[in-house]
Design a protein around this ligand. Sequence first.
Ligand code: ZN
Length: 67
Amino acid sequence: MARQCPDCDVALERVDYSTTTQDYGIEHKLRIEDPEADGVLARIGIGDQRNVDAYLCPECRLVRLYA
Ligand SMILES: [Zn+2]
């Protein structure tokens, strides 16, 4: 499913991103707490977070993040 810019009505392009915090070349990606996480997995520390994808509008440079 194509992502659309809400202002320009053009397709958003998926882009790579990085945070300003990088230790020894290890990238720290943005994550969100997953509201649908299974309770058992969350308790042992996995499955409770979701990586975030960034999409950029080529017209107005809007960046949207999707989990
Ligand atoms: Zn736009």
